[in-house]
Design a protein around this ligand. Structure first.
Ligand code: ADP
Length: 252
C-alpha cells in the first residue's frame, strides 16, 4: 500500500484554531443564554417550580464549567513559554525518557530504540524534545490498542538530524492525515485534545526543523522530524553554538 504523506507546511493553524474555539464557545454560550432565560421565566411565574429552576441553573453551571476547561486547555497550548534552545544530544534525550515510556506504554507494546552512533548535536529545548517524544509515543500507543511495535530511531541526513517515530498501528485515512496537525482536531472524542501533533509542529518549527507524517491504514504511521545540526561558532565572547539559520532564545 502506498503511504500518504502530509507536509506540515499545509497547516493553517491560526485560522483553524480561532474557528474551532469560536464554534465551541458559541455552543456553550448558547446553552447558557437559553437556560438562564428558562430560569428567569420560571422564577417569574406566580408559583415557581424550584426544582425546575435548580435543574436549569445546573445546566448553566455545567456549560460554564466546560468553557473553563476549554480555556485551560487553550492556555496550556498557547502559553507564551520561554524556550531555551541548547546544544542537545538527541540520542541522550531519548535514552532519558526511554524507561518512562516503556513503563507507561505497557507490556503489549514493544518499544525499540535505534540510535545512530555519533549523531551530531541539535539545537533544541530539552523539555520540548521530551514533550515531543511523549506526545508521539502516546499517539502510537493509542493507535495500537491490542499491541504492536513502536520504533524510535535517529539518523544523520546531511546537515539535518532525522528522528522517526514509527508504529504498527491502525494508521490514518487520507482525510485524517490531512487534518492531523490542526489544533483541536481529534478522532478520539472526549479522550483526545487534538493538541498533541499541533504542539509537535510548534516545537519543531520553532527549532528551525520540519515534520511530516506518512501513514497507511492498517499498516501504521511514521512521524519524521528533521532538525538542523548545531554548528560550532566558538568565539571568546560568545561561546554558544547556534543552529544553521537559527535564532537564539525564542518565544513559543
Ligand atoms: P489527540 O491525540 O488528542 O487526538 P493529536 O493532535 O495528537 O491529538 O492527533 C490528532 C489525530 O491524529 C488523532 O486523533 C488521530 O486520529 C490521528 N493520529 C495521530 N497520531 C496517530 C498515529 N500514530 N496513528 C494513527 N492516528 C494518529
Amino acid at each position: 500500500a502506498e503511504a500518504h504523506v502530509h507536509r506540515s507546511q499545509r497547516l493553517e493553524s491560526l485560522g483553524q484554531l480561532a474557528g474551532g474555539i469560536a464554534h465551541d464557545f458559541n455552543n456553550m454560550l448558547g446553552v447558557i443564554v437559553n437556560y438562564a432565560n428558562f430560569v428567569i421565566e420560571e422564577a417569574s411565574s406566580p408559583s415557581p417550580d424550584l426544582k425546575a429552576i435548580a435543574a436549569d441553573a445546573k445546566q448553566v453551571v455545567r456549560a460554564g464549567q466546560r468553557g473553563t476547561d476549554l480555556t485551560h486547555q487553550l492556555l496550556s497550548f498557547a502559553r507564551r513559554e520561554v524556550v531555551r534552545p541548547q546544544v542537545l544530544d538527541l540520542n541522550g534525550a531519548i535514552f532519558e525518557v526511554e524507561e518512562m515510556l516503556r513503563r507507561s506504554l505497557g507490556e503489549h507494546i514493544n518499544l525499540l530504540v535505534r540510535a545512530e552512533p555519533s549523531l551530531p548535536a541539535v539545537m533544541c529545548d530539552p523539555g520540548q524534545i521530551e514533550q515531543l517524544l511523549v506526545s508521539l509515543s502516546v499517539n502510537a500507543r493509542d493507535a495500537m490498542p491490542s499491541g504492536g511495535d513502536l520504533v524510535i530511531d535517529t539518523a544523520r541526513h546531511g546537515d539535518q538530524v532525522c528522528l522517526r517515530v514509527s508504529d504498527s498501528g491502525e494508521g490514518m485515512s487520507p482525510e485524517v492525515l490531512d487534518r492531523a496537525f490542526e489544533p483541536f482536531f481529534t478522532t478520539k472524542g472526549s479522550g483526545g485534545t487534538g493538541l498533541g501533533l499541533a504542539s509537535v509542529y510548534g516545537i519543531v518549527t520553532q527549532a528551525g526543523g520540519e515534520v511530516s507524517i506518512a501513514s497507511s491504514v492498517g499498516l501504521g504511521t511514521t512521524v519524521t522530524v528533521l532538525l538542523p545540526v548545531a554548528t560550532a561558532t566558538p568565539s571568546p565572547d560568545n561561546p554558544d553554538i547556534s543552529p544553521i539559520g537559527g535564532q537564539g532564545e525564542t518565544l513559543l
